[in-house]
Design a protein around this ligand. Structure first.
Ligand code: NAD
Length: 452
């Protein structure tokens, strides 16, 4: 197969055909990125900053175009898609401040001076999943470019359109040829070549834990640097002393946003037993009121799943299980499922353990704080989670005890580009975003200069 037909998931109709790169074309792109590296790393910090700000401005000027492309390609609601394109712009602006601030240290030593430098790695390969094509691309390529690396980026096979456009916009903004190259193609071809090609010095991967493990093993061959952002099965812990109305009203959006295809989805809800009935009653009202409609509609709160395959895989988890209640779903040829709530007290049930990556949430009661923490941590994952309580001490204790990289109290905060993001356990390795992200794309070099 040398081309892929992009399908609109809301309607199941073809959108366009995309040529998929071969190994030879991937090698050629990597070599062009390597050829562009020496000049890019020498671009004066202020000039590299200006180019990134210029890229941000061009993205901003095309924000609506990018958002509409994502609605058609990925079925994202138009509100989300605008936020996602804006996130790429904001991440570019944020890290445009990095080139001039990539400080080393001066460390006291006898007989001279000792200084450290953060030097770029070379060519960085960014591999992106289909669930958030724009932001996840930006979280990789922007700090990598800011730190002086050149980047080759592979979008997911099913969602290449916005990444391809971002590659064009980079050139329009004045980034030199070869500095940022988007290569649409298969994981087994382009993605694997990023792992095996010796000129790619780091792989920045976001996707499933299964593929992430293979990438880590492959990178070990060359001791290649790797960042992994993988799956999740995050807990939303609701204590009886919380604002139950607020917790129940917000819970559907913490799991059903993007039709549940979110690595941070709070797909396990733990509710303290004394508040369980009240919470469920309010949750049912909230889920029933969700606007699961055409994602291009300004009011849409949830769209379709990405492919028929993904819809069928999610539906498979529900076979033989009686849902407690569901939300609405439109009549359509697209890949839709309703938001679905399942009750369970079985910690071995697949709906409780596995990352379903669809609009399914499992709810379980718990007795006390220790019980809640034990249940929340009883998973191989550790990406995010939420804690609802009015007791500040408890909020702090539980937030420190849950083994996850990103927790929010009395909210389900989404990822902020200026704070670090990443997973514990099998949810990942390394951190993205936040003030230190450019360091993940550099080597620290130590130099001693004798004074005599
Ligand atoms: P996936 O692992 O199937 O694919 C991710 C990317 O890897 C795609 O571009 C794919 O083409 C590529 N790929 C596949 N096989 C490869 C190989 N052998 N070598 C190199 N590249 C290969 O994941 P997906 O289905 O696209 O995305 C969903 C998964 O991503 C979920 O598990 C989700 O939790 C995870 N995810 C994690 C985060 C995070 O930040 N932690 C964010 C979003 C999604």
């Amino acid at each position: 197969m040398t081309s892929y037909t992009v399908i609109n998931p809301a309607t199941a109709t073809p959108v366009t055909q995309i040529e998929l790169a071969s190994v030879e074309e991937t090698d050629a792109a990597i070599e062009r990125a390597q050829a562009a590296f020496p000049a890019w790393r020498e671009v004066a910090p202020g000039e590299r900053a200006r180019l990134l700000r210029s890229f941000a401005a061009v993205v901003d000027a095309h924000l609506e175009e990018l958002a509409q492309l994502e609605v058609v390609n990925s079925g994202h609601t138009i509100g989300n898609a605008r936020w996602e394109a804006g996130n790429v712009r904001d991440v570019l602006n944020y890290y445009s401040a990095a080139p001039e601030r990539l400080f080393g240290r001066q460390i006291p030593v006898p007989g001279g001076i000792d200084v450290t430098f953060h030097e770029p790695l070379g060519v960085v390969g960014v591999i992106v999943p289909w669930n958030f094509p724009m932001p996840i691309a930006g979280w990789g390529f922007v700090p990598a470019l800011a730190a002086g690396n050149t980047v080759v980026l592979k979008p997911a096979e099913v969602t290449p359109l916005t990444a391809i456009r971002l590659g064009e916009l980079a050139l329009e903004a004045g980034l030199p040829e070869g500095v940022f190259t988007v290569i649409p193609g298969k994981g087994s071809v382009v993605g694997e070549r990023f792992v095996t090609h010796p000129l790619v010095r780091k792989v920045c991967f976001t996707g499933s834990t299964e593929v992430g493990k293979r990438i880590m093993a492959g990178c070990a061959e060359q001791v290649k640097r790797v960042t992994l952002e993988l799956g999740g099965k995050s807990a939303n812990i609701v204590f009886a002393d919380a604002d139950i109305a607020k917790a129940a009203a917000s819970a559907p959006y913490a799991v059903f946003d993007n039709a549940g295809q979110d690595c941070c989805a709070r797909s396990r809800i733990l509710v303290q037993r004394s508040a369980y009935d009240e919470f469920l009653g309010r949750l049912q009202t909230a889920v029933g009121g969700m606007k699961v409609i055409d994602p291009g509609d300004e009011d849409s709160e949830m769209g379709p799943l990405i492919t028929d395959k993904q819809r069928d895989a999610v539906a498979g988890y529900l076979a033989g299980i009686e849902a407690a209640f569901t939300g609405p779903v439109p009549e359509s040829d697209g890949f839709w499922l309703p938001p679905t709530v399942v009750l369970t007290d079985d910690t071995q049930a697949a709906v409780w353990r596995e990352e379903i990556f669809g609009p399914v949430v499992a709810v379980m009661p718990f007795d006390d704080e220790d019980d809640a923490v034990r249940l929340a941590n009883d998973t191989e994952y550790g990406l995010s989670g939420s804690i609802f309580t009015r007791d500040v001490g408890r909020a702090l204790r539980v937030a420190r005890s849950v083994e996850a990289g990103n927790l929010s109290v009395n909210s389900h905060s989404s990822v902020r580009y200026w704070t670090p993001f990443g997973g514990y356990k099998q949810s990942g390795l390394g951190r993205e975003l936040g003030p230190d992200a450019p360091h993940a794309f550099t080597e620290e070099k130590n130099v001693f200069i004798a004074q005599d």
